[in-house]
Design a protein around this ligand. Structure first.
Ligand code: AP5
Length: 192
């Protein structure tokens, strides 16, 4: 199994690049943001709880997202590997993920971390908010709160994987194709 984390702040291009990577490498895409939005759309108890945090730009509690990822891993037994997008987002989530993958003897191979300036992130998300219908894209206060959560709670996840020498920084500004090519170069180095 080849397990990859695509990491970066809100708006750095994780979802955009995940679509291309999963198509190219046949990985199963697991996005906690997408899973949570689907719970909200289905009006489940989990979704209703998560929405209160997401609408404010805050992280959803660890226990909720870890439980969700654990069931998604268990229900995808025979995949070539997982592409984690938006997870893990705290060191506690990273440790939980490592424990889950240890059971499968398939650790994280690499974390590819997209580097984008804060002003570019805000610009991209405000623009997407004009059409996306995502409640957390509609105002700059919430967008900046999401970026603060990333800086205060999520950036430390890169330090966690750095201790195992698993982090590769990728410039996340420029054309989508150029960034994708740089991501592929790193993936191919590991696969070949
Ligand atoms: P989540 O859904 O994960 O959103 P996010 O991290 O805020 O990321 P985005 O989807 O907004 O951005 P992205 O990096 O995927 O960029 P994208 O490709 O879309 O999380 C939402 C919320 O759910 C969180 O705030 C939290 O509350 C909760 N949550 C989720 N996971 C959690 C977890 N593990 N723990 C706790 N809470 C959790 O691109 C953004 C825009 O930029 C698009 O319009 C795109 O077209 C454009 N774009 C992309 N690349 C480029 C480029 N190179 N140049 C110009 N524009 C570009």
């Amino acid at each position: 199994m080849f397990n990859l984390i695509l990491f970066g702040p809100p708006g750095s291009g994780k979802g955009t690049q995940s679509e291309k990577i999963m198509a190219q490498y046949g990985l199963k895409h697991l996005s906690t943001g997408d899973l949570l939005r689907s719970e909200i759309a289905n009006q489940t108890a989990l979704g209703l709880e998560a929405k209160q945090f997401m609408d404010k730009g805050e992280l959803v509690p660890d226990a909720v997202v870890i439980g969700m990822i654990s069931s998604s891993i268990d229900s995808n037994e025979s995949v070539k590997g997982f592409l984690f997008d938006g997870f893990p987002r705290t060191p506690a989530q990273a440790e939980a993920l490592d424990n889950l993958l240890e059971l499968k003897k398939a650790p994280i191979s690499v974390m590819l971390a997209l580097d984008v300036s804060e002003e570019e992130l805000v610009k991209r998300l405000m623009k997407r908010g004009e059409t996306s219908g995502r409640s957390d894209d509609t105002n700059e206060v919430v967008i900046r709160a999401r970026i603060s959560e990333y800086l205060n709670k999520t950036a430390a996840v890169a330090d966690y994987y750095q201790q195992f020498d698993k982090v590769k920084m990728i410039k996340g500004e420029g054309s989508i194709d150029e960034i994708y090519q740089n991501l592929c170069l790193e993936i191919d180095k590991i696969l070949n």
